[in-house]
Design a protein around this ligand. Structure first.
Ligand SMILES: *Cc1c(COP(=O)(O)O)cnc(C)c1O
Length: 371
């Protein structure tokens, strides 16, 4: 699905040199690369505070801790996402409330969001799934009306631009009270291990979060709040510092590959290609097809694997239907779109090193199957 070795080969001398210098100083934790990357990312995102941490799941949990959410508070997120989003809500003894997504963009359905709000609702977690932003203008308006926090799960969309109806542009993840991301190797901005970050323009929240990531310490060995240990290490920060200036180019390469796929499938009535919303650029963390119900999706999945073509189903089971997150309050009719998407989606190889020849081979195999 990705070609991390091919990507590394383009930046090998810089990476090797940066790693060697860290090995020579043994400054593995808290080295200058961490502060350097933090400042670079603040500039790139045009956000006041970036707080690096150990992974994207921690980032979500720490954001919720920083906002002071309390057991019993309801947090609304989507039924169609990676489990990390809902997992941390449950771990903090908050009450996850899952809502359906839009058929066209795979992102939070605004009508479903409105319907799910109760007096206990405290926060909304839109997920910018597969690389494009949820309808943040609508989310922010609803949050303002009901006095709710907004936490953007930006693990899949770093680098995407959101445009408000007044023409104002903002980077994904910097619109809500707080945004989070993951630097897992296969993400659009990936390191060579685990990593994550939290972004915010709120000075007080940033201060609280800086303590929480470091055992609740604001002064060495004085623990004011219960925190966690969540750090980005120097080696990972060095990789990210080298890769951040390349991120826009990486996104462009993904967009070019996406266009190749979409053009190639344009005349196949059994395949629906990803739709790009007016208000967001799409950085194609995933390139996800929707197949007509007449296509045996699971057979196509196997057919492609047999030909040596990686492909994946993101996601095969809705979160509300997972054993860990079942809740008797849920009603199947409220998850029609997610239930349907789980049956018809198929994600194709998508990365920065795809060549047209490879893509043509993939396309031909799919079109042959969907004849
Ligand atoms: C990858 C991902 C995460 C979790 O990131 P990790 O770094 O793997 O913890 C959270 N949310 C979404 C939507 C993701 O895709």
């Amino acid at each position: 699905m990705v070609d991390l070795i091919g990507q590394y080969n383009h930046i090998k001398p810089q990476i090797n040199e940066a790693f060697q210098s860290i090995l020579d100083t043994a400054y593995y934790i808290g080295g200058p690369e961490v502060k350097g990357f933090q400042a670079d990312l603040e500039k790139y995102l045009d956000v006041k505070h970036v707080i690096p941490c150990a992974n994207g799941t921690d980032a979500l949990q720490i954001a919720m801790m920083g906002l002071g959410l309390k057991p019993g508070d309801e947090v609304i997120t989507v039924d169609f996402t990676f489990a990390a989003t809902v997992e941390v809500i449950a771990l903090l003894n908050l009450t996850p409330v899952l809502v359906d997504v839009e058929e066209t963009t795979f992102n939070m359905d605004i009508a479903a969001l409105k319907k799910a709000i109760t007096p206990k609702t405290k926060a909304i977690v839109p997920v910018h799934l597969f690389g494009q932003c949820a309808n943040m203008e609508a989310v922010m308006e609803i949050a303002k009306q009901h006095n709710l926090f907004v936490i953007e799960d930006n693990a899949q969309a770093i680098g995407a631009d959101y445009t408000f109806s007044n023409g104002k542009k903002q980077k994904s993840g910097t619109i809500g009270n707080v945004g989070t991301t993951s630097f897992f190797p296969s993400k659009n901005l990936g390191c060579y291990g685990d990593g994550g970050a939290i972004f915010t323009n709120d000075d007080d929240l940033a201060h609280r979060i800086r303590g929480i990531v470091n055992h609740g310490m604001y002064k060495r060995y004085y623990h004011d709040v219960v925190g966690v240990n969540s750090r980005l290490d120097s080696l990972q920060a060095a990789v990210l510092q080298i890769k951040l200036p390349l991120l826009d180019g990486y996104c462009a390469a993904r967009q070019k590959a996406a266009k190749f796929y979409s053009d190639a499938f344009a005349n196949c009535s059994k395949i629906e290609t990803p739709e790009i919303s007016d208000f967001s650029t799409h950085v194609f963390h995933q390139y996800t097809l929707k197949l007509d119900e007449s296509v045996d999706r699971d057979a196509l999945h196997k057919h492609l694997l047999d030909k040596g073509i990686p492909n994946a189903i993101y996601y095969p089971v809705a979160l509300h239907a997972q054993k860990a997150y079942a809740d008797e309050r849920y009603n199947e009719v409220d998850f029609k779109v997610t239930n349907h998407l789980c049956k018809i989606v198929l994600s194709l190889p998508m990365h920065t090193e795809l060549e047209e020849e490879q893509q043509q081979f993939i396309v031909d195999a799919i079109l042959e199957f969907c004849k």
